[in-house]
Ligand binder design. Sequence first.
Ligand code: SF4
Length: 427
Amino acid sequence: MSLPVIDPEVRFACGTCTACCDQPWRTLIELDKIPAIEQHDFSAYPQLRDKEYFTPATDHPERYAVLAKGEGTRCLFLDRDGLCIIHKELGAAAKPHMCRQFPYLPVRWNDQWQVSANYGCPSVQERRGPELTSQAEDISRLLPVLSSAAPATSVPLGASIRVSIPVVAALQERILQLWSNDSADSIWTIFAQWLALLLNVGRFSQQQPDSEAELFEKLTQETTWLDYSSFGEMRPYTRQMEIAFPVRMLFAANLYSDTVPAEALASISFWQRLTMVPRLMSLARLQGAYASHMLNQLIQVERVWRDPTELNLSPAAVSLYKRYFRSRIRQGYGLGRGLSLAAALHQHILDYNALHFFARVLAQSAERPDDDHIWRRALTLVEFHLANQHRLYEKTMKKWFYGQLNNIFNIWGSLRMFSPAGKTVSV
Ligand code: SF4
């Protein structure tokens, strides 16, 4: 097994901030690690006295148990000094694989295994520590060996068009250029150019299916292929009902994991599907309020969407977010999850909207609404709870949601949904 392709921009050394040990998500522990923990003498830790260490993992009972929580969302084994009790007492190998692997993020797309990092980790955001590329041997030891799969020769660009793997690779290069730090374009503009590029590649592939050499040339050089003026003017919506229903539904579905306890996300029963409808509809109407599990507060959806704070991305936040999206593009930009190129772009836009949504919530109660801390915190929320978790539509109403994700007009609609007034290029 060769070493994985590693994101060259990522640096990491754990700063023991404990952010990943104090989260609402479940920590799954392998069943074969449980006896050593159960038999160990933890009497030096009064916080563990008379506590159940594990609960069954209802969705994978034959492989895992769930590590218990202590106070609030803290892991029961997170000690007062900020260190892991299991690690201190039994060594790193005794810890759940999930904990050992974090923040490394393995993604396999086609026959390539790629490793980046979870940008929720503050050390990754701030590029603290050595480059990930210098940690390749350690990473290979830590991550499970992924079985090889027969490489695909083409991938879907949208619902009906497929493009070859070399075209996908060329697209990836061009899109990375759009996200370069040298680009003066706003992030909204970059997403719009990306959309225009996909549309033009799709049109050309359909009209001239046997002209791949010409397609490459245009794809890599043609500046007019970035022109998104045919979509109309990029400006925010003024009324909820101006936004197409599927666009609002996708926004709601993307934020769904903020509306339910983390344990409910593991498996969605028929009953839970029924109970989630009112919450989804509240988010989809952009009205009313919901209890946010991530922020532990009641969020007034319309107030956040209308954003009275005039929140701006600082240059440092733009740089961080550009690096973040470059990282996601290098990971195969969503294709590893079976999305088309268009749906993957749409997913990135939905996550970018979620970043703005949470940043606005945080800013509304902050003293300095343009603080970089807000943007970093929003990124942590999205990375920990949305971007690297199963999406609602991977589990339910799959076909309908995937159809809407692929729709070009919906992608444009999602892009407008949180775009700032007067700060984007008018076309
Ligand atoms: S969030 Fe990152 S820096 Fe903080 S404890 Fe976890 S791995 Fe270490």
